[in-house]
Design a protein around this ligand. Structure first.
Ligand SMILES: [Fe+2]
Ligand SMILES: [Fe+2]
Length: 203
């Protein structure tokens, strides 16, 4: 499915990024089964997974130029952590290439895939976590997150487990950012606070 999109990604991303993109798409299918999603939600998630890193390999200057063209406002934290930019520019960039596939709903899903956000929808949460738990990730923290969700999915309420996995992921990212004295995007703090105050994460 979506062969034209896959072909574009194969020709325009590095092999490593392309393989990661396909792995995120597969991991999203796993979550779609766990949460018994309908066809429309599965399709949104698949398209968001395919497009999510479409601008990841652009330079900070290219991202800033794209933000100007697309009228995107960004947090100053993005300047010192330029890897965050691609979630803002990716959806808009993909929308111009594939307007029928990268709809507004897909753009919104892509926006929160790196930082998270306050009161995320189930689809936003899935894309956020699938980016870390996909099977080709080799970083220890990603393997831990994957094992944590996958090994508990049959026994626990998947919604609560998903929230807990997201909080674990944010804790690990924040720990890393603090150790390297890098700023933390406000959206990440909001995502964590919201989950801790509004879900059963702590029970
Ligand atoms: Fe990304
Ligand atoms: Fe990614």
């Amino acid at each position: 499915m979506y062969s034209k999109i896959r072909e574009y990604l194969k020709n325009n991303l590095s092999e490593k990024r392309y393989i990661h993109t396909l792995a995120v798409s597969e991991e999203c299918s796993y979550f779609a089964d766990i949460f018994d999603l309908g066809e429309k939600e599965r399709s949104l998630l698949q398209r968001a997974a395919l497009f999510h890193d479409i601008t990841k390999e652009k330079t900070p200057d290219e991202h800033i130029a794209l933000c100007r063209v697309y009228n995107i406002e960004f947090d100053k934290a993005y300047i010192s952590t330029p890897a965050l930019f691609h979630s803002l520019t990716g959806g808009e960039f993909a929308h111009r290439l594939f307007p029928s596939e990268c709809t507004d709903e897909v753009v919104e899903l892509i926006k929160t895939h790196t930082t998270g956000g306050e009161n995320m929808t189930l689809l936003q949460k899935i894309l956020f976590i699938a980016d870390s738990t996909e099977a080709t990730r080799k970083h220890e923290s990603c393997i831990e997150l994957r094992n944590y969700f996958h090994s508990n999915a049959a026994a626990e309420d998947p919604k609560i487990l998903l929230d807990r996995t997201i909080v674990k992921s944010i804790d690990s990212t924040m720990g890393h950012l603090i150790c390297s004295r890098k700023p933390i995007a406000a959206e990440t703090v909001k995502a964590r606070n919201y989950l801790l105050m509004n879900s059963e994460v702590l029970l």
